[in-house]
Design a protein around this ligand. Structure first.
Ligand code: 13P
Length: 252
C-alpha cells in the first residue's frame, strides 16, 4: 500500500514580492521528477503572485488560515470562497501559533475546517501538545481532544481533511520529535480517524516541527507519517527540494 506523500511548506509571515518570485521559481524548477504532492502555504497578500507563477504546474497553493464565516462584517478575515478564487487547494487551520497568539479554540478550528471543506478546500488540521503537556503525560489526551472537535463537527466529510501533528515544543526550535515519538502519536491519530470514517479511506497525517533536509527521510519512513508540514526549511529552495526528494524516494 503506497500513497503519495504530501510535502507542504508553511511560509508563515515571511516573504516579499522579490523573495517569493525567486523562491517559487527555484522550487518549481526543481519539481520536475517529484513523486509526491507539493504545496506552499503563502501569506494571503501573495496568493495572486503565487497563483500566477505556479499556473499550470505541479506546485499546489495553500493558505495559512481561513475564516469560519462565509462573508460579512468580519474585518481582517479572509473567507474560503475568496481563497478559492485564487486557486487555493489547502488551508492550514488550528496552527499552534494561531491557537496560542490568537486564542483559537478547538471549536473555532473545527468551524474553520468546515468552512474550508464547504468550498472544496482541504483543511490541514494542526494538532499538537506543548512541552508542559508532554511532560505531564497528556500528549495523547490533548491531540485526541483537538482532533475530536473537528471530527464531531464535520462528520463524514472528515475523509477530505489532512491532519498535521505538530508538537509545539518542536516548532521552530530545532528540536525534532524522534521518528519513534512522532510515529507513536500518528498511530493514535490514525486509529481515531479510522474509527470516525465509515469508508476506509486513508487520511494523510503530516508531521511538522523542525523537519529539515537531514531528518526528513527517517521521519517519512515511519508507517503513519504521510508527509510533512515544513516551516523554516520551506523558505530555502534547496532545503525544501531535498525534503521533496526524500518523500519522492519513498514512492513505490
Ligand atoms: P518549523 O519547520 O520551522 O519548525 O515549523 C513547523 C511548522 O510550524 C509548520 O507549520
Amino acid at each position: 500500500m503506497t500513497h503519495r506523500k504530501l510535502i507542504a511548506g508553511n511560509w508563515k509571515m515571511n516573504g516579499s514580492l522579490d523573495a517569493n518570485a525567486a523562491l517559487l521559481r527555484e522550487v518549481i524548477a526543481g519539481l520536475g521528477g517529484a513523486r509526491c504532492d507539493v504545496a506552499v502555504c503563502v501569506p494571503a497578500p501573495y496568493l495572486a503572485q503565487a497563483q500566477a507563477l505556479s499556473a499550470g504546474g505541479a506546485l499546489r497553493l495553500g493558505a495559512q488560515d481561513v475564516s469560519a464565516h462565509d462573508k460579512g462584517a468580519y474585518t481582517g478575515e479572509v473567507s474560503a470562497s475568496m481563497l478559492r478564487d485564487f486557486g487555493v487547494r489547502y488551508a492550514i487551520v488550528g496552527h499552534s501559533e494561531r491557537r496560542q497568539y490568537h486564542g483559537e479554540s478547538d471549536a473555532l478550528v473545527a468551524e474553520k475546517a468546515r468552512a474550508a471543506l464547504s468550498c472544496g478546500i482541504t483543511p490541514i488540521v494542526c494538532v499538537g501538545e506543548t512541552l508542559a503537556e508532554r511532560e505531564a503525560g497528556r500528549t495523547v489526551e490533548v491531540v485526541k481532544r483537538q482532533l475530536a472537535a473537528v471530527i464531531h463537527l464535520n462528520g463524514h466529510c472528515i475523509s477530505e481533511i489532512v491532519v498535521a501533528y505538530e508538537p509545539v515544543w518542536a516548532i521552530g526550535t530545532g528540536k525534532t520529535a524522534t521518528p519513534e515519538q512522532a510515529q507513536a502519536v500518528h498511530a493514535v491519530l490514525r486509529a481515531q480517524l479510522h474509527a470516525a470514517t465509515p469508508r476506509d479511506d486513508r487520511i494523510a497525517i503530516l508531521y511538522g516541527g523542525s523537519m529539515n533536509a537531514g531528518n526528513a527521510a527517517q521521519l517519512l519512513a515511519q508507517p503513519d507519517i504521510d508527509g510533512g508540514l515544513i516551516g523554516g526549511a520551506s523558505l530555502k529552495s534547496t532545503d525544501f527540494l531535498q525534503i521533496v526528494a526524500a518523500a519522492s524516494a519513498q514512492a513505490g
